[in-house]
Design a protein around this ligand. Structure first.
Ligand code: PLP
Length: 448
């Protein structure tokens, strides 16, 4: 029987079967492949996850933003099964198949802006960003890439170089890809310039001019890459002037404007793509995670004249846009649209943000509550006046939540953020239950 609409049931954790598997894992899986929670999952449905010991949990992290339409939705499972019976792989670069083209048609039709668009598929978020950078460089015949502080773009050499959190992502892995530069992000809660928005003068935007005078000439810059809402860096929602300001700088100098929607895409923020909140048409968009309900797939979608810059064979990959992932992507898009999950994201977000704001009024350790649609976070501090990050408490909250049947993960350059990326199919009852758990966990931890 499906447990998709149930509430969690947990026994003594971690369970014995998970413990046995963790021991086996330790012997053969590289130490760097960490696990946030001591759980081995057996199955999952909707917003519910079951472990190998039979414990069930509410999922507030959705495969880190990969499961906007929930775990194992039936139409996607069926589409994968049907496709697997017909064709698993050819390599699209040699002999082609229709689902690739059909998904490209659907995605180019749903990204913002009037320009003619084209798409290409690869396998992971990092690979999409790598390819966006390649395309931008080839199109402009320039090499410099500007990125933001607090950014996360992946773990490959280029994407790690564009990423802006040293430990654990970069430390010891240098030297990094050359010709990448960082601008402070519009992290108003911890403004780089110690200013207060509004009325701050948007020094973060002025920094572009300064960098282009002191570090690198505009003639050397190919592209600026931004996450519309920074994810791993701490769910940082920029003020309304920031992204239009960056876009204007790109237009002034002829930089390609790449928006990384790997975490924010497919309804997470209450729009299909987060950049739509600012009414901007990006030159290139990278997407992955919730594109195919957990199947490995990512895409670069952008203005046709830029996408067409590299010639035949200059971009692509063996597995990129494989038939199973494309079939899953098509079914995912249909499910998202049929079930109005983009609208549901706003409902989930509003319900949640009210709970979180009430918690901020109650708990002095919550320094900030922020989010867009169903992409929400709380920032934990030791003291509201000094804003000293409270990483220790954040870690305790994550562990205690798991012990009470709620799976939730952290984020932030200082590791002091609890972020929420629940499936948009979560029931109201599950959502409220999850927040009850979070509230009781913080209450109990503060009593200690
Ligand atoms: N870009 C953003 C905004 C992300 O959040 C992530 C992953 O969290 C990536 C890129 C990298 O994606 P992947 O882990 O699929 O390589």
């Amino acid at each position: 029987m499906s447990f998709a609409t149930e509430l969690p049931r947990v026994g003594k954790l971690p369970g014995s079967k998970s413990m046995e598997l963790i021991e086996r894992k330790g012997k053969v899986v590289a130490r760097g492949i960490a696990h946030g929670m001591p759980i081995f999952v057996s199955d999952a449905k909707g917003a519910m996850v079951r472990d190998v010991d039979g414990n069930t949990y509410i999922d507030f992290y959705g495969g880190i933003g990969t499961l906007n339409i929930g775990h194992c939705p039936e139409p996607v499972v069926k589409a994968i099964q049907q496709q697997a019976e017909k064709l698993i792989h050819t390599c699209f670069l040699v002999t082609m198949y229709e689902p690739y083209v059909e998904l490209a048609e659907k995605l180019t039709a749903c990204v913002p802006g009037p320009s003619l668009k084209k798409a290409m598929f690869v396998n992971s978020g990092a690979e999409a960003v790598e390819n966006a950078v390649k395309i931008a460089r080839f199109a402009t015949k320039k090499s410099g890439i500007l990125a933001l502080e607090c950014a996360f773009h992946g773990r490959t050499l280029m994407t790690m170089s564009l990423t802006s959190k040293v430990k654990p992502y970069k430390f010891g892995f240098g030297p990094f890809a050359p010709e990448t530069y960082k601008i402070p992000s519009a992290y108003c809660y911890r403004c780089y310039y110690n200013s207060t928005y509004p009325g701050c003068g948007m020094h973060c935007l002025e920094r572009f001019d300064r960098l282009l005078a002191t570090e690198v000439s505009p003639e050397s810059i190919a592209a600026v890459i931004v996450e519309a809402v920074q994810g791993e860096g701490g769910f940082i929602v920029p003020p309304k002037e920031f992204l239009p300001g960056v876009k204007a700088i790109c237009e002034k100098h002829g930089f390609i404007f790449i928006v990384d929607e790997v975490q924010t895409g497919f309804g997470r923020t209450g729009k299909m793509f987060a950049i739509e909140h600012w009414g901007i048409e990006p030159d290139l968009i990278t997407m992955a995670k919730s594109i195919a309900a957990g199947m490995p797939l990512s895409a670069v979608v952008g203005k046709a004249e830029i996408m067409d810059a590299p010639g035949p064979g200059q971009i692509g990959s063996t597995f990129g846009g494989n038939p199973l992932s494309c079939a899953a992507g098509l079914a995912t898009l249909e499910y998202l649209q049929k079930n109005n999950l983009v609208d549901r994201s706003n409902v989930v977000g509003n319900r949640a943000i009210n709970r979180l704001k009430a918690m901020r009024d109650k708990f002095h350790v919550i320094g900030d509550v922020r989010g867009l649609g169903a992409m929400m976070a709380i920032e934990l501090v030791k003291d509201r006046a000094t804003k000293e990050p409270n990483k220790e408490l954040t870690e305790q909250i994550l562990v205690e939540c798991y012990k009470r049947g709620l799976l939730v993960v952290g984020a932030g350059i200082f590791g002091n953020i609890v972020r929420m990326l629940m499936p948009l199919t979560i029931t109201d009852e599950q959502l409220d239950y999850g927040y009850d758990v979070l509230e009781s966990v913080i209450t109990d931890l503060l009593k200690k």
